[in-house]
Each structure stands twice: as structure tokens, then as C-alpha cells.
Design a protein around this ligand. Structure first.
Ligand SMILES: [Fe+2]
Ligand SMILES: [Fe+2]
Length: 335
């Protein structure tokens, strides 16, 4: 993937340095308030994190552990963490044996905008394409951010996370990897299936969803939030994916194109149990002081998803695109 266009003073300064040899990156411009939604901050943070995933063609791999970049990233992370703390009320800690019940209460209470019903019944093909473009930022690396937690856990919770992640990676079979299934969905929709192809098209809130996972995954102090985050994703996945599959078929999608969604109806009904009971329940028993973090991570996942869906639905209700570059002709695969 290549660096997209800068979106403000932070990315302009960061990208100017990343284009050259690793060296001393000075302080970046200040984080704006309202950072959860800020395009410039979220793209800068996403870019710093991406150096730990697939990287960028024109960025020297040695930037990954360049101390001056890590110092600048820490400032961006502080801005993001502060913004998350303002946006997401921190749930009360509970006794370890009540974590499952508390997670269920959080996920049931979260109604969010009726995005899945809209995609099932009303959306047109261009809106479904936009939905897939947003999701591609995470789903083409599906599983990776939560995998950071495996070496940070031990015993039952580690085994539970490996069980979930093994499914995300197709049980070792490439054609069953969820990221590969999503590439098939992208191609079926006439979209470019290359990793990061649409990074320049998505707004800050879409990047914030991925950045929260990377933040929680890359800091051991936040491992409680990471397992709670995964549980919230798994516990709110099965029914919406059934609706996405139905919406895609209504729009003429074939079985191969819908398979990513079909697969999640089944897989996440199982993952939900493993994540809530064995992963989060086991982790809470081992670290009773971190139950508040587990629930906070879940609440962050739900809030960011709600803010993203509100953004998309608001734009669609105005008859506008939810993407930064709304020309759909530009979205269609450029092979
Ligand atoms: Fe998955
Ligand atoms: Fe899953």
C-alpha cells in the first residue's frame, strides 16, 4: 500500500518525514479536540500503527522502531485515549463471575442506528459498496489487531483467544481466512481487493475503529480492554451479518460474494460464547482488578461502531456519500 494524501498539518509533517530515510522526527502539530472524529489525527495514528502490520511501499521498514516516531506516536495516542475517555462512559467494575452478564447488558443496551436493517432492505448497490469500502480497512486484516494479545495472555484465556483467532485465519487454509473471504466479497462488488486500496477514501471515524484495536493490542497495560473489545465485536456480529448477507443477495450478490457474511453468522455465534466466557471470564478471574478495563474495551467498540454508523447513515439520508472521495467510478477496481 502507498501513503495516501495528507489530511492536515499532522499528516503533512509525518508523511514528509516518512518519505525519507529514518531520522529524527520532531514533535508533530498539536492534536485537535474532538480527536475521535478527526481525519488528520486518525490518519496519522493509523499510519504509525500500520508500520507494525504491512507497512507502506515508499516507507523504509526501519521507521517501525524509530524512537522519534514512537515518541510522536505516544502524543497522538494520548490525544486519542483522552478523546475516547470523553466519548465513552467508563462502566463500573464488577466481580469476575459477573463479567459475562455485564458484557451482555452492554451489548443488549446498545441499539445504535438501524444500519444492518437498512443494508438488508433498502440500500442500493452503491451504498453497499461504500459499506464494504469502510469495512475493508479492518476486514482485509481481520484478526490481526487482536492477535497482538496472544503472547500477553496465559492459560485458559490464551487458549480461548487462539481458538477464535484460528477461525479468523481459516484454520490454516488460505481460502477460508476471513480476510480472503472478504477479498472475494470486494471483487464480487466490483471493488479493488488490494490491502489498503481505499485508505485515502475513508473518514477519521472509520480509521478510529481500527486504531482502537491497535492501541489496545499494542499496549500490554490495555490487554483487558482488548479482550473486552473482541467480546463486544463477537457478541454483536451474528445477526447483523445475517442481514448483510440478505441485503447483498437482494442486490444480486452470488453465494461467493456473500460467503464472508454467511460465515460470520455461524462462526461468531460460537466465538461469542468463547470470547465472553472463556476469554473474558477467564481473564477476569486471573486479573480481578481489570474487570473495569474489560467492560471499557467493550464499551469503546460499541461507541465507535455507533458513531461510525451515525456518520454513514446521516450522509446517506442527505443523499451524499459517506466517503471522502465520493466518486464511485473511482472506487471500482482499477485493474
Ligand atoms: Fe471473522
Ligand atoms: Fe469472529
Amino acid at each position: 500500500m502507498r501513503l495516501p494524501a495528507a489530511r492536515g498539518p499532522i499528516t503533512a509533517e509525518l508523511f514528509r518525514h516518512l518519505g525519507g530515510p529514518p531520522g529524527t522526527l520532531g514533535p508533530l502539530p498539536d492534536c485537535p479536540p474532538g480527536a475521535v472524529l478527526d481525519d488528520d489525527l486518525q490518519l496519522a495514528l493509523f499510519t504509525c500503527y500500520e508500520l507494525h502490520y504491512q507497512g507502506f511501499e515508499e516507507v523504509d521498514d526501519r521507521w517501525e522502531w524509530e524512537p522519534s516516531l514512537l515518541r510522536a506516536r505516544a502524543v497522538l495516542e494520548r490525544g486519542f485515549e483522552d478523546a475516547l475517555a470523553r466519548a465513552v462512559p467508563r462502566p463500573q467494575p464488577v466481580a469476575p463471575q459477573h463479567v459475562r452478564r455485564a458484557l451482555t447488558a452492554l451489548t443488549v443496551a446498545d441499539e445504535g442506528p438501524p444500519m444492518a436493517q437498512f443494508l438488508q432492505r433498502t440500500a442500493d448497490l452503491e451504498q453497499f459498496r461504500e459499506f464494504a469500502v469502510h469495512r475493508s480497512i479492518y476486514q482485509l486484516k481481520e484478526g490481526d489487531p487482536h492477535t497482538w494479545a496472544i503472547p500477553r495472555l496465559h492459560g485458559g484465556p490464551k487458549a480461548a483467544l487462539v481458538e477464535i483467532q484460528a477461525d479468523e485465519y481459516g484454520g490454516g487454509r488460505r481460502e477460508r481466512m476471513h480476510s480472503e473471504l472478504f477479498r472475494t466479497t470486494m471483487r464480487g462488488l466490483g471493488l479493488d481487493d488490494a490491502y489498503g486500496a481505499y485508505l485515502g477514501h475513508v473518514p477519521g471515524i472509520t480509521l478510529a475503529i481500527s486504531n482502537a484495536m491497535s492501541l489496545f493490542g499494542l499496549h500490554r497495560r490495555l490487554r483487558g480492554a482488548l479482550v473486552g473489545h473482541l467480546a463486544a465485536l463477537e457478541m454483536t456480529s451474528s445477526l447483523p451479518n445475517r442481514r448483510y448477507a440478505a441485503g447483498l443477495r437482494r442486490l444480486g450478490g452470488d453465494d461467493a460474494t456473500a460467503r464472508f457474511y454467511d460465515e460470520h453468522v455461524q462462526a461468531d455465534a460460537v466465538h461469542e460464547q468463547v470470547a465472553a466466557n472463556d476469554l473474558c471470564g477467564g481473564f477476569a478471574t486471573a486479573f480481578p482488578s481489570l474487570t473495569g478495563d474489560i467492560l471499557y474495551g467493550a464499551a469503546c467498540a460499541l461507541t465507535l461502531e455507533r458513531l461510525w454508523a451515525e456518520h454513514v447513515m446521516d450522509r446517506w439520508q442527505c443523499g451524499a456519500s459517506s466517503l471522502l472521495e465520493p466518486d464511485l467510478a473511482d472506487l471500482v477496481a482499477r485493474q
